[in-house]
Design a protein. Structure first.
Length: 165
């Protein structure tokens, strides 16, 4: 006798749906069917997700605007040069730069063993990397890796203007 492949699942939303579980190993079908029973059916899940997308989009837009404002204020305070690249990447790159550099300051100076002179030297290197895409690419980097990452930046990542202001 073979393990059944089609299961009728009574979902938590109240709908009953036949599911083809043949793409799952035979010994995993019963537990997956039990897991599915605790979830809404696909139609209800999609309706809930789509109905809430407007709220998520508003929240995300507000959060990004707040982060962008903080990044712009930080860049002005510490005299960071404007980033270069496609218009749609500039804001994202600015937020990424702000997050990585402030996290690195905390890790290296506040919690680490660096003094302000060490940080000032690194900050000058930060100013030389003006390609927004480089900062976006580093958005998931560890804060402690920033010095090494800046050393690895190429001439393509650095601006052509005078880095010494």
């Amino acid at each position: 006798m073979t393990v059944r492949k089609t299961w009728n699942i009574a979902h938590s939303c109240g709908h009953s749906v036949d599911h083809d579980l043949s793409n799952r190993p035979a010994d995993k079908r019963a537990s997956f069917a039990r897991w599915l029973a605790g979830k809404d059916c696909t139609d209800c899940w999609k309706a809930a997700r789509d109905g809430d997308s407007a709220g998520k989009e508003e929240w995300l837009a507000a959060k990004r605007a707040e982060e962008q404002q903080a990044a712009a204020a930080w860049a002005q305070q510490f005299q960071m040069p404007p980033l270069e690249g496609p218009a749609k990447a500039l804001d994202w790159g600015e937020r990424s730069r702000h997050q990585l550099v402030t996290t690195a300051y905390t890790a290296l100076v506040t919690e680490g063993s660096w003094d302000e002179a060490d940080w000032a030297e690194l900050e000058e290197k930060v100013r030389t990397v003006t390609r927004a895409g480089w900062w976006i690419d580093q958005r998931d980097a560890e804060a402690l890796d920033l010095p090494e990452l800046l050393d690895a930046a190429t001439d393509d990542d650095r601006g052509t203007e005078n880095p010494f202001q």
